[in-house]
Design a protein around this ligand. Sequence first.
Ligand code: HAM
Length: 424
Amino acid sequence: MKQTIAKGLFDILPYLDEGDFRYTHYYRYVEEIIHQVAFLYQYSEIRTPVFEKTEVFARSVGTTSDIVTKEMYTFEDKGKRSLSLRPEGTASVIRSFVEKSLDQRSKNNKLYYISPMFRYERPQKGRYRQHHQFGVEAIGNGSAEQDVEVIDLLLTLYEKLGLKNLNLMINTVGDKESRDSFRKEFVSYLIPLKEKLSEDSKVRLEKNPLRILDSKDKQDQELLKNAPLLQEHLTSSAKENFEELKALLKSFSIPFVVNNNLVRGLDYYNKTVFEVTAEALGAHISIGGGGRYDGLISTFGGPDLPAIGFGTGIERIIQTMIAQEAPFPEEKGPKYFFIPLEKEAKTFCFSLVHELRKKGISCEIDLKAKKIKNSLQQANTLKAESVVIIGSEELKKKVAVIKNMNTREQIEVPFDKLIETMEK
Ligand code: HAM
């Protein structure tokens, strides 16, 4: 029986199916632009393991969050340790930052990663059980300028990739003091309405009431219309930070909307949170999001440093690019594609290919060449710049036929001049 892939997963292939995002070349292109933009903003790459001790995620993302309670791939290893596949990047980066005392290496650690993430979610378009994320974490600077740098970096990436019709939503979830004061009033407002809340929100009322704010349930949303506002409970420092952020965004002409219900599904956020949605995927699907998490580092046993970051899904970026017809560069093919039509020619061509590759010239050879038509088709599929044809005639004359696949121009080159000509 043919083995098949597990639910919610997919392969990324070196072949393009029109309209499909699962094409290695697309991923490599997006990743290349990510590395360029990260360099532009001076972020350094960090690579952490694909799995961590479960508590790394549970304690930071939040023991009541959907990610930890429903979506984590958790398993016991042979030593009976509980481990989890990484559902998101921030917790791992902070674990490493604290464990490796990165604050001693630099006053301002600006880190980024491109990594697979694993979440046991109901698969649908744009939602998979393994997805890839580009994320940044800027640690050590609590200013609104740092918030803007992070948001600006994300938007610059989207712009360079040709994405359009983006919607930046921002909000502040306040500092701990603001949230504590809001929570009391919010819970008192909701308790008499408890029976009318959705099942999820009933549970959240007990465990994490703030998450009710971004409930997608219609009835919940109706009930929230008259609820007290977190914005009215902000401490002066949280308010000031948010006002500064808005003023800076305006001064850079970065369009945004304030969405007071944006709280995001991870427990570590405080003050600034933001999300970017793209029209092509439907307004409710975010392509990127993040926020500040000033208290998190100390809960990992590290120094009390402020930090902010985001994550953006590479699948959702590519899907949006396809839907919006953003251009991808053509995939490059080999410079030469050899078609030896004789056994003797094959040996000769194979040694030429060997020599050219050593000289840094990419080439391919059809070792099974039989019919020239089929080999030319293969050269076309590979997008070879030129083909080199050697059959019995050419062997006799000691020349090779080099045909440019774009111009269709054809030249004959004597064997002793071949390498020299091909190197040009
Ligand atoms: P997040 O909003 O959970 O944030 O995920 C970030 C992005 O990853 C989403 O906007 C989406 O593009 C993509 N994504 C999430 N889940 C899936 C999925 N199942 N399938 C496909 N794409 C998905 C975080 O993970 C935070 N760590 C971001 C952050 C970094 N906040 C501060 N620093």
